[in-house]
Design a protein around this ligand. Structure first.
Ligand code: ATP
Ligand code: MG
Length: 568
């Protein structure tokens, strides 16, 4: 399979690239570019994170720079090692490498503490004893200024002593905080003496019980960026109002550098939720089988479903980078996968809902090996041999006893082509006496049509796929549909919840599928096409040599391409 390397993608121009190009030209940051991807290890990465990863690593690569992986682990109670490991695996899988620059915000806890002490010494931070409720009341509103805390004018000495006693664990959780002393009347509520440290006696996955005070995100993030020498700190739009605070901290403190925060619109995808909290809820409530359930928008789920890193990077390229929120059509993501797999995936034959066919005039013990094309889009993929014999399976859907209009496949008295094999004509039908269900159909074949064409130029209207009954392998096939029934599951009405919109038909399990024998070798996650049915891959958890399980990634029907053709 030909691969496109990560970072080589179009890396189309965008407003952030323009900023970086101008900075490079003006030799700002000494002509350096260093970005970072800063996940909080409290869940698995999802397709939204992929956008951020492609952007941060992509911009670095395009501009001769580097990108750090930094775990933003300042919140001890929700973070776990499992998430750290999954995040590393997923970033690598997407095709990006952070080299030896894997960092943890928790590695900087001592430095953060010293910076906080520095702020206190400058009279720019104070210990505040207001309760959380009081603090909220003092904060004011968007239209009214806040009120200054009665603890705001504590002396530097008193603050230093109290802060060090906070660190020593002398006070209970939530009883005191350290706040920046900025401006309670600011029009930007983020600037109204924000909390920068809180007391929380919780185990941290890296620092254990060494700390019982933890820095708040706004304080830790800008300092982490500065400590690492980040030049461009790219984040999502909801942090736009936090930028003055980001800059304030860095302006007050003597940090090694002052990174530039730049915001872009996060990815929203129709029929999909992207909040880690909600994804966790689906996992914990057993609504899905885990973070890597193939219906999940997580990278682990998409990978297990059959998505390729190439398709996801292409998707991230195509959606671009904007300053305004919007929602991308899920059909575009599927389109990107089809485009990639159409080029690269090998084709096979598999029958999902089998119906037995007996070819009455075919010799009973004969087996022929017929030649099949592995990928019509890629001659280098070559050919393979497929066994053909007297008893076959075809798709139940490909036969109709009383064919409706425009049904061109098999029906009594009708001739169709068996792909790569022969023309066959249906002679009679066998039914279960009790239920009336068709159990078997009998055909005759035309030996002159080997390979699927007739020397007399006779045409047939339908071509159907098949597998030889004696050679077929049993398989379970899992068909997936959207996890939600509505485009915006987050917009549940009064008293509703996003889980109200879960699609009860998002998973269909077909346990009697029959597939061509070559598929027994596909045990890795290499995606392939079942002709006429879609793109599939072996399930990385459940498929074994003696019990094959395949996931359908997407069907072949491309609603995106159709839409684009129509509107074009
Ligand atoms: P959540 O709100 O679900 O917890 P988060 O944004 O807090 O998600 P982080 O682990 O902090 O999750 O995200 C790491 C990085 O990925 C951040 O820089 C964040 O801006 C970016 N990111 C997260 N979600 C998206 C998204 N939907 N589109 C683009 N970037 C995203
Ligand atoms: Mg976050």
């Amino acid at each position: 399979m030909a691969e496109k390397k990560a970072g080589e993608a179009k890396a189309a121009g965008n407003f952030i690239q323009d900023i970086i190009a101008a900075d490079l030209e003006n030799n700002k940051h000494g002509g350096k570019v260093l970005t970072r991807f800063p996940p909080e290890p409290n869940g698995y990465l999802h397709i939204g994170h992929a956008k951020s990863i492609c952007l941060n690593f992509g911009l670095a690569a395009k501009n001769g720079g580097l990108c750090n992986l930094r775990f933003d682990d300042t919140n001890p109670s929700k973070e776990e090692i499992e998430y750290v490991e999954s995040i590393k695996k997923d970033v690598h899988w997407l095709g990006f490498d952070w080299g030896d620059r894997q960092f943890y915000a928790s590695d900087y806890f001592e430095q953060f503490y010293q910076y906080a002490v520095q702020l206190i010494r400058m009279g720019k931070a104070y210990v505040c004893d207001l309760s959380p409720e009081q603090m909220r009341a003092y904060r004011g509103t968007l239209t009214e200024p806040g009120k200054e805390s009665p603890y705001r004018n504590r002396t530097v000495e008193e603050n230093l002593e109290l802060f060090s006693r906070m660190r020593a664990g002398e006070f209970p959780d939530g009883s005191r905080v350290l706040r920046a002393k900025i401006d309670m009347a600011s029009g930007n509520v983020n600037m109204r003496d924000p909390v920068i440290y809180r007391i929380l006696k919780a185990e941290h996955h890296r620092t254990g019980s060494r700390w019982c005070i933890y820095p708040m995100y706004d304080f830790a993030h800008c300092l982490s960026d500065a400590i690492e020498g980040i030049t461009h700190s790219i984040c999502t739009l909801e942090f736009e109002d936090h930028r003055p605070l980001y800059d304030w901290f860095l302006d007050q403190l003597e940090t090694p550098c002052h990174p530039q925060q730049i915001e872009f619109a996060r990815l929203n995808l129709s029929y999909t939720i992207m909040s880690k909290r909600k994804l966790l809820q689906l996992v914990e409530q057993g609504r899905v089988s885990g973070w890597d359930d193939p219906r999940m928008p997580t990278l682990a789920g998409l990978r297990r479903r059959g998505y390729t890193p190439e398709a996801i990077r292409d998707f991230c390229d195509r959606i671009g980078v904007a300053k305004r929120d919007s929602t991308v059509d899920l059909a575009l993501l599927e389109h990107c996968l089809r485009e990639d797999l159409n080029r690269r995936a090998r084709r096979f034959m598999g029958v999902l809902r089998p119906l037995k066919v007996v070819i009455d005039n075919y010799p009973e013990d004969q087996v022929e090996e017929l030649e099949a094309v592995n990928n019509p889009e890629d001659p280098a993929a070559g050919k393979r041999m497929v066994p053909f014999s007297r008893e076959l399976y075809i798709e139940r859907d490909d036969f109709m006893e009383e064919p409706v209009k425009k049904f061109f496949r098999l029906a009594p008295g009708r001739e169709v082509r068996l792909r790569y094999a022969y023309y066959v004509t249906c002679e009679r039908v066998v039914k279960d006496e009790k239920t009336g269900e068709i159990t078997e159909i009998h055909c005759i074949y035309d030996p002159q049509t080997r390979g699927g064409s007739s020397p007399d130029g006779r045409k047939v209207k339908g071509t159907i796929h098949w597998v030889s009954a004696a050679h077929a392998r049993d398989a379970e096939v899992r068909l997936y549909d959207r996890l939600f029934t509505v485009a915006d599951p987050d917009a549940a009405g009064d008293g509703g919840e996003f889980t109200d919109f879960l699609n009860p038909d998002s998973l269909e399990i077909l346990s009697e599928a029959k597939v061509e024998p070559a598929l027994a070798e596909i045990l890795t996650a290499e995606p392939f096409q079942f002709e006429r049915l879609g793109y599939f891959c072996a399930d990385s958890r459940d498929s074994k040599a003696d019990s094959l399980v395949f996931n359908r990634a997407v069907t072949l029907r491309d609603s995106w391409a159709k839409k684009v053709r129509k509107s074009g």
